[in-house]
Design a protein around this ligand. Structure first.
Ligand SMILES: NC(=O)c1ccc[n+]([C@@H]2O[C@H](COP(=O)([O-])OP(=O)(O)OC[C@H]3O[C@@H](n4cnc5c(N)ncnc54)[C@H](O)[C@@H]3O)[C@@H](O)[C@H]2O)c1
Length: 261
């Protein structure tokens, strides 16, 4: 067996179908391309149509298979409709990536209740709903795998992002609990906790002083590139390489979390 054949057998996703919720975003789009390049048919699910189409076109430009569907992850009916649509196109879903996310920054005493609800509904309730809807399908179909996107704030405090940090701590703990429940049912559930990546949300939230401080506290002293999430993702979703990995997380953060402790 050649090196290429061995790597393909370990990490290849030919014949697999992946749904990526929030797949049109900065990190989601890179993960969609990585899954597609590994051989999966990717269903990009996102709330905005133009971004969704652009993400699908980037995958098609790689000569890989992709479809786009609109979703609002705060609505069970919308998630069920996406599962139905994905099954119509591809028969079944093997892989779910929960990557939709929003943020809000303010001092604690000024944090508006409606922003708390907005962030919690998308970041945490959305993951709960999607894991329930797609998890049921995977259990009934005899297996599958889910990757939820957490954050360094799944573990650590970061100033001014109270609702966000609470939601991401919830995502990590929910991941472990669902993995426990699904362990014997053939569905593996894991979490990736990214550090700091160049993204619109960060540009809005972090001024120059905070970026400087984050870079000083990141052992690798730089932002991550979205493509740098793909290796961890392929390991976790691979039926072969990831076959005994569930209920855990991978930090892709240039050492930020390790340096904190
Ligand atoms: N960028 C970073 O540095 C960073 C760090 C850690 C964690 N994360 C997490 O990674 C994920 C992706 O972040 P990103 O930086 O790519 O941000 P992004 O804003 O580019 O992507 C988020 C995506 O979620 C989608 N979305 C928002 N509301 C939705 C809804 N109701 N239903 C479905 N989709 C919805 C958006 O349309 C967008 O495409 C998020 O969960 C974020 O919290 C990002």
């Amino acid at each position: 067996m050649s090196v290429e054949q061995y790597l393909d057998a370990m990490f290849g996703l030919k014949g697999q179908v992946a749904v990526v919720i929030g797949g049109a975003g900065v990190l989601g789009s890179a993960m969609c391309q990585g899954l597609a390049r590994a051989g999966a048919h990717v269903v990009v699910a996102d709330v905005t149509e133009p971004a969704c189409t652009a993400a699908v076109n980037k995958i098609k430009d790689l000569n890989c298979g992709a479809s786009g569907v609109i979703i609002d992850v705060t609505s069970r009916a919308s998630i069920e409709a996406v599962l139905a649509k994905a099954r119509e196109i591809t028969g079944r879903v093997n892989i779910l990536v929960n990557c939709a996310g929003v943020n809000h920054g303010s001092d604690f005493l000024d944090h508006p209740e409606e922003k708390w609800d907005f962030v919690m509904n998308i970041n945490l309730k959305g993951v709960f709903l999607a894991c329930q809807v797609f998890g049921k399908h995977m259990v009934e179909a005899g297996g599958g795998t889910i990757v939820n996107i957490g954050s360094v704030t799944s573990h650590l405090p970061l100033s001014r992002v109270f609702g966000y940090a609470a939601s991401k701590a919830g995502v990590l703990n929910l991941t472990r609990n669902i993995a426990h429940d699904f362990g014997a049912k053939g569905v593996r559930v894991n979490c990736i906790c990214p550090g700091f990546f160049p993204a619109e949300q960060n540009r809005k939230l972090l001024d120059e002083k905070r970026v400087d401080s984050i870079m000083r506290h990141t052992p690798m002293h730089r932002y991550g590139e979205p493509e740098e999430l793909v290796g961890a993702l392929l390991l976790l979703v691979s039926p072969k390489a990831g076959s005994f990995i569930t209920g855990t997380h991978v930090n892709v953060d240039g050492g930020f979390t390790a340096a904190w402790f």
